[in-house]
Design a protein around this ligand. Structure first.
Ligand code: IMP
Length: 201
């Protein structure tokens, strides 16, 4: 691990995605030095070989915790569609195969759904934190339904075809802060932040 000189406690977010780190950075307690995998010089992708969101998040967090002996958390999220027996689930990012592409994944999923009226779905996030040889799990879930076609242009992944329960706007029509208030990731992240504020000192 690169030597990062600071008198703050280090906490690694086991991701190479700087956007994810930036999104959470402002909410993390000020006594914590939040680092990404790039910051600690870990270049290799950690294989997501688990069978659930929880397992994937846990595999990534334990790998970094054991290799670098540093407190660490990781996340895994995805879309579960009831009509498709929970698919794409842990395969959300790679649903339509290589090269991984969000628009291709949406087309593939809409094609599978056809004209079915049974369109309920949910997004889930699992965050696993490991520190002091102890694992904490934080979950977030948002229910909704799959639209028949894309609506809105913001966001990423399946945002444009997901209508959250109780709203008339798709995830892709919400600002990031509106989405964070109700999203799976927002819910799980707030639980993590509360835990860090209460326990990580
Ligand atoms: P990750 O585990 O957060 O990287 O998410 C894995 C995949 O799930 C993404 O590549 C997207 O396809 C999908 N996904 C997760 N969260 C969202 C979201 O908030 N909106 C749309 N798609 C998402």
């Amino acid at each position: 691990m690169k030597n990062i000189i600071t008198n703050k406690k280090s906490l690694v977010f086991a991701t190479h995605n700087q956007n994810k780190v930036d999104e959470i950075k402002d909410y993390i307690p000020k006594n914590i030095n939040l680092l990404s995998l790039n910051d600690i010089g870990h270049k290799k992708e950690i294989e997501e070989s688990g069978k659930s969101f929880y397992e994937n998040a846990s595999i990534k967090a334990s790998y970094i915790y054991n290799k670098y002996n540093v407190s660490c958390f990781s996340d895994d999220s995805g879309l579960e569609v009831d009509y498709l027996s929970g698919r794409p689930g842990i395969y959300s990012a790679r649903y339509a195969g290589k090269p991984y592409d969000n628009q291709k994944n949406i087309d593939y999923l809409l094609n599978e759904m056809g004209e079915s009226k049974f369109r309920s779905a949910n997004f889930k996030t699992y965050i696993v934190l490991i520190h002091n040889s102890h694992e904490e799990i934080f979950e977030g879930k948002v229910n909704g339904e799959i639209l028949f076609k894309r609506k809105g242009s913001d966001g990423f992944g399946y945002d444009s075809i997901f209508l959250p329960v109780g709203l008339k706007k798709s995830f892709a029509e919400l600002s990031l802060s509106e989405k964070n208030k109700i999203s799976h990731r927002g819910i799980a992240t707030r639980k993590l932040v509360k835990y860090l504020n209460d326990n990580f000192n």
